[in-house]
Design a binder for this molecule. Structure first.
Ligand code: GAL
Length: 886
């Protein structure tokens, strides 16, 4: 299905290009040119108010090869708009040397959005936060003399304007604005500046005005927003960000209610738990937003993706940016999130005519914690309503326009015709998908036609033959230098690497040694403040490490008589991306570094001579990319030689067969970085999350925060690292790792991610599929809810079919997916009906009603629970159609 849409897209692109070329025009490439404006109610697109659903996708967090599928899945999920930030650090790595290639090919991304018929919200920032390194600022920016970021500072304003103008110019040159026939309907300047504005006093206020004027002055011809900016000027829309934005009021009654970031999950840190936002609550928040007058809502993120390379922000954000989004890190649907939101969007779309026709809602109080909002056009045949029960505990039956409606706790029912409920946020009809990360035979094994044999004999281990190379401890290059005092880390590295060696010498006298012996003292190294990681070496031996966000370190040290080398390896793990005065934040050490316990008192190293070495030798020789460089000293690794600190490892591996996403399982390793065929797949770190703080079950009811519904307690935060398929060849892929703390590369394995189990849990009192309805079916009075039944739908991923029905019960089944059991009421026909409808198919549907199953227990509300297993389809034709071959 996705292959097909991709083909259509490519064909469409070809067609539009061909048409453009023959007609000799550049405008109108994707749409008939249209204008965008707004009023108090909504964005006005080509003269029409619109209710818009937007999907957040950050283009560099995926590969260009993944973009078409991600956009197609967003569209299929009901998005009208794709939203992305623009990542300055990626586009201008060196001042005035722009990069729009590969994952930073913004023009290509915007064109793909246009070609798919979706709109685009481009948030230029250029400060973006986004858990991105340094909030998206290029690190060279902090070297401009006198610069202060994000305030009324000439140097900053000049650089910011140059970049924002550059982006607007590129978009205009490529005819990507709506009035040129492109998809861009809206822009953003700054990002949540209101959160920190007060730190800058009057200059902050002046900066907001300047930023607005500068942006609007670029003549992009579409509206600009500022999010979380209550003092946004008149010509800029101030928008809401958060878990809930119903009730948000912009700072002028001429502006529409926009929600730029609906946090549908959350990010995590190394050693953190995994946040999870339940879809019933997310759907509740979205429905409440449109119920109470909202008109544009963006999921932050619809696809989160991966912080490849060293792009993840800090302090200490992990490589995965999955975000618990509706499309997972690898591009697979996260179910039931994606499916339930798709149904929600379809329901909201059915209400769109009434929502845009009404100037405002009619409010009706239905109970102490229940309320209705009714939208009617002048033409009274158009009427849509939302009924909310914000009680966290009770199901309540309310009376609305002469009929009764039962509302589950913390839920909204949507009535596109003010009569029939087509959707309730707490009733999830969409299937649940359970993914497995497992071993797939390599592509060479697949194509040999010896699958069964190969499955039995092959090993999931990435390789049993590894090469190794020691990284020098301390200075290694001609560029090391010695100065007095402790330099700030980023001033030295310019963030070209995570690593900076600080090296000094101390003299220990006979008297010191005698003093320690006599008094049973061990001297200590005291560091006032450091981040993110420091490793302490004395005379070439690692004696301790510390990690944290500006933490104090006290480390006992054993010193010998004479000169001792003190070597500190300071490491960054993603630069700070949030807060005021980012340019001052820096890294490495603050305050003093002192050795305590000497005979004549403390030895203050703060003002000593220090030698600095930037980065790793292997990193600067690019040994992760040069496979044939035999001079660099690689030797074969033997099983008795691991683990070891500060070591490079390399091997070659074959790609798993099929099209499922590929991951490296790094759970046997410590901390470091990994490259595949020269592509930096990110930092890895096997830090374990706290044992406590996870809940057995997750209650969706009540206000969400990121501590609610966490998983993965007591386990490493991240062990799987995505290798995009397009970075792999079928065989002989070069994998290079730099390991800091010691781990066993022989146990690294390459695996694939696939949906193995799909489940559904649909009750008789759920609603029929939203797609059954159309606006005309209400107006013509053709359909009535009570004539229709809910339908259970199951679907495996493309290229997979339902192998077996492992559980089916129509009655009162108990438990959850993977732990269903039959209850006291059970239709004996359940399994045979499901088996007949589903086995051997990619997808199937079964109506949830007595007419299908017979009535196993009259006067009881029955539920159909099903668990099915997906397996690769026996036909291998689709198996080998990699995107590149299309
Ligand atoms: C917002 C910010 C986003 C992102 C988000 C958390 O405050 O605007 O860029 O950082 O928080 O994921």
């Amino acid at each position: 299905m996705h292959n097909k849409s991709y083909k259509t897209l490519i064909w469409l692109q070809w067609l539009t290009t061909a048409l453009t070329v023959t007609a000799g025009v550049v405008s109108g490439e994707y749409f008939k040119p249209f204008n965008v404006s707004y009023d108090h109610r909504a964005l006005i697109i080509d003269g029409q108010r619109r209710m818009l659903i937007s999907a957040g996708i950050h283009y560099p967090r995926a590969t260009p090869e993944m973009w078409p599928d991600l956009i197609a899945k967003s569209k299929e999920g009901g998005a009208d708009v794709i939203q992305t930030y623009v990542f300055w650090s990626g586009h201008e790595p060196v001042r005035e040397q722009y990069n729009f290639e590969g994952r930073y090919d913004l023009v290509k991304f915007v064109k793909l959005v246009g070609a798919s018929g979706l709109y685009l919200h481009l948030r230029i920032g250029p400060y973006v936060c986004a858990e991105w390194n340094f909030g998206g600022f290029p690190v060279w920016l902090r070297d401009i003399p006198g610069i202060v970021f994000r305030t009324d500072n000439e140097q900053f304003k000049e650089e910011m304007k140059r970049f924002v103008k550059k982006i607007v110019d590129v978009m205009r040159e490529e005819s990507l604005f709506s009035w040129q026939g492109g998809p861009i309907i809206m822009l953003q300047i700054e990002n949540e500046y209101g959160n920190i504005e007060s730190s800058y006093g009057q200059k902050g206020k002046d900066y907001v005005k300047w930023a607005a004027k500068m942006a609007v002055g670029l003549g992009a011809g579409v509206p600009w927003v500022m999010c979380r900016q209550t003092d946004a000027p008149e010509n800029i829309i101030d928008a809401c960000n958060g878990y809930y934005c119903d009730g948000f009021k912009p700072n002028s009654n001429k502006k529409p209610v926009l929600w730029t970031e609906n946090w549908d999950g959350w990010y995590t840190t190394w050693g953190g738990r995994l946040p999870h936002r339940p879809v019933e609550d997310l759907a509740f928040a979205v429905a409440r937003f449109y119920q109470r007058g909202g008109s544009f809502q963006n999921y932050y993120m619809f696809f989160g993706g991966t912080n490849f390379g060293r792009t993840s922000g800090g302090p200490n954000y992990v490589t995965s940016y999955d975000y618990d989004a509706p499309i997972d890190e690898y591009g697979l649907l996260s179910q039931p999130k994606w499916g339930h939101l798709k149904d929600l969007h379809a329901a909201i779309k059915l209400c769109e005519p009434a929502l845009v026709a009404a100037e405002s809602a009619q409010y009706i109080k239905l109970g102490s914690m229940q309320e209705a909002h009714v939208y009617r056009g002048d033409n009274t045949s158009i009427c849509s309503a939302f009924l909310a029960n914000i009680d966290e505990h009770k199901t309540i039956t309310v009376q609305f326009l002469g009929q009764s409606y039962t509302l589950p706790p913390w839920s909204v029912s949507i009535l596109p015709d003010c009569k029939n409920v087509v959707f309730n946020t707490a009733k999830v009809v969409a299937q649940t998908s359970i993914k497995v990360v497992d071993f797939e035979p390599t592509s060479s094994a697949k194509s040999s036609g010896l699958e069964h044999l190969m499955i039995q004999t092959e090993s999931p281990l990435v390789s049993d033959s590894w090469m190794t190379l020691k990284e020098p401890i301390g200075a290694w290059g001609d560029d090391s230098f010695t100065v007095q005092g402790i330099l700030e880390h980023l001033n030295v590295t310019k963030d070209q690497t995570d690593y900076l060696w600080y090296i000094t010498r101390v003299y220990v006298s006979d008297e010191d040694i005698a003093h320690w012996k006599e008094n049973a003292i061990t001297p200590s190294l005291k560091i006032d403040s450091t981040r993110d990681v420091v490793r302490i070496f004395i005379n070439g031996q690692l004696i301790g490490s510390a990690r944290g966000d500006w933490v104090k370190v006290v480390q006992k040290v054993e010193l010998k008589q004479g000169y001792n080398d003190v070597m500190l390896l300071s490491e960054t793990v993603g630069l700070q991306n949030y807060g005021a005065f980012l340019e001052k934040d820096g890294a490495g050490f603050k305050g003093q570094i002192i050795l305590t316990g000497f005979k004549n008192g403390d030895v203050n190293l703060t003002y000593s001579q220090w030698t600095y070495q930037v980065g790793l030798k292997g990193e600067f020789q690019k040994i992760y990319a040069n496979d044939n460089d035999e001079s660099s000293g690689w030797t074969s690794l033997t099983h008795d030689k691991v683990p070891s600190i500060l070591t490079w490892y390399k091997t070659h591996f074959d790609s798993p067969g099929g099209k499922d996403p590929v991951v490296l399982d790094m759970s046997s390793m410590g901390k470091g970085q990994a490259w595949v065929n020269g592509h930096h797949i990110g930092r890895y770190w096997t830090l374990v999350a706290p044992k406590d703080g996870c809940q057995e079950t997750c209650n969706y009811r009540g206000a969400y925060n990121s501590d609610k519904c966490q998983t993965n307690c007591g386990k490493p935060t991240q062990i799987w690292y995505h290798i995009p398929r397009s970075w792999l060849k079928s065989s002989d892929n070069l994998l290079v790792l730099f390991e800091e703390t010691g781990g066993n590369p022989f146990e690294i394995s390459v695996k694939t991610v696939s949906v193995e189990t799909v489940c559904a849990h649909v009750s008789e009192d759920y609603y029929p599929p939203v797609k059954t309805w159309s606006q005309s079916s209400y107006i013509n009075g053709e359909l009535f809810a009570d004539q229709l039944n809910p339908v259970m739908e199951l679907q495996c991923e493309d290229g997979y079919t339902i192998e077996s029905i492992d559980f089916a019960s129509y009655g009162t089944p108990q438990g959850r997916c993977q732990s269903f059991s039959t209850g006291s009421c059970h239709a004996p026909t359940s399994t045979s009906i499901l088996t007949k409808a589903c086995e051997g198919k990619n997808s199937c549907k079964v109506e949830v009603s007595n007419s299908v199953f017979g009535d196993p227990c009259p006067r009881t509300v029955k539920t159909l629970a099903v668990e099915a297993r997906c397996k690769p389809s026996s036909s291998t034709t689709s198996w080998y159609t990699g995107l590149s071959e299309i």
